[in-house]
Design a protein around this ligand. Sequence first.
Ligand code: ZN
Length: 550
Amino acid sequence: MRKTTRLFITVLALIACIPTCRAQSNYPPQSLLDRITAQGIRAHMEFLADDLLEGRGTGTRGYMLAANYVRAQFEQMGLEPAGEAGTYFQKVHVRQLTPVPERDSLVIKRDNREEKLVFEKDYLMEGDPAHQDVSVEASMVFVGYGVTAPEAHYDDYAGVDAKGKIVVLLSNGPASFPSSDRAYYSDEVNKLRNAAAHGAVGAIGIWAGEATKNTPWEQIIHFFRQPIMRWIDQTGTPNDYVPEIRAGAFMNQKSAEVLFKGSAHTLDEALASLQAGKPLSFPLAGSVSMHEAARFTELESPNIAGVLRGSDPRLKDEYVVFSAHVDHVGIGEPMKGDTIYNGAVDNASGTAALLEIARAFAASNERPKRSLLFLAVTGEEAGLLGSDYYAQHPTVPVAQIVANINMDGISLFYDFKDIVALGADHSSLNREVQDVAQHMGLESSPDPMPEENFFIRSDQYSFIKQGVPALSISEGFKTVDPALDGRKISITWETTIYHTPQDDMNQPLNFIAARKCTQVILAVGYEVANAPGQPAWNPGDMFGQRFAHH
Ligand SMILES: [Zn+2]
């Protein structure tokens, strides 16, 4: 009886599908989606964001408690260990840099006069990840955003000579670029590599333009006071190290005006020109001397990985990676009388969603054809460290990782009518996103805040850099309750709660939305894991061309 009914429904669905659908949908059965529960998400978050875990700072005891919680959950679900040496853990060696402001200096030399700038008030320095003391002195050249993008016929280095000089550049990237291209070119490491390729010996970044609207300098100072870390490989080399750039600093817009004194243009003129889409680069008068100092602390902090084996004899050797970062920023400066940065939304919520999705699959008979790799990572807040280490030292062959779906801050503020899948416009993964959105009666919206560069600001980017098509899915600004302004709620949270001790379980959280968001993510992963073919980058896509394995 059941079988016939089911067959009948399938046939009907196929007939209904013929005129509109290009491929048969792999949308998961409702019984699988129903396994995701609001109270499951809340329970994981309550544990992970508890004060006892002290903000889960990378390399801390609080982080290890969280890592062991995730490991125990994986074990209880019956996932195969997918870390090192038959365990769920993959060790990551991390170096923590603690700046020494009293030994840092930034001095501008011009017309036989010296102007010494003030740490934090004027500038910030992280320290060099390979040496505890570094110095550089050279003349300066302003290079706009510091971007060279041949495919867009854009070059901030055209017409200027950066050889042997300290480049002065703006944060962010050209507004004319599509959102993700802009994100790629805004990446600080790409900018430093590009500066090195043009012969530069130092760099000064300026926090200016539209990005400063949502993130004022005071907040940047606050971020710099949080732990600065790199992962260290077997040869002792830090990740993303650009040795040619001997020292660097970061300045605010007001203080950076002094760099432009006596030059052809002021900073305001340069900003206006760049914002109008006209690159403007020119040498600056005088020279600058920088000294950067840091103390090193060597730490270990593991990623946690488990596999749910796929059902198809051939496709089970291919992996869809679900990822979320477990770490947050630990204990820090007091704000409103609290020092524990609980990271409830960021990212106890993503870890909770990861665990709920793993549990739903593990408890169900619906085994997808491909294997699912559940990856909980360390060091995200310190620069995507755990995911980058994993993607460069994968415990399964990277060529067999077909997609990454990352969760960093799932929907918890309001019930939503639309989703935003960062990365969907770069690969065939958009097919699954659209299919799931349609089935769930949701709209799929483009990135509403491209200037925030969210696409490169979480762990999916580590996989993209290894050629793996990836997504990061969360809610859009369209609310179910018309009285709520999604944009306003999101931006207010970002400017007042994000990375403060108030991102804890005492803030109002909507677990109905969290459940719905987790179901969207599960469904997209399910469809990808069951699709006949592997996801592919769009033809000519910048990330595909730059990173895909050929
Ligand atoms: Zn964060």
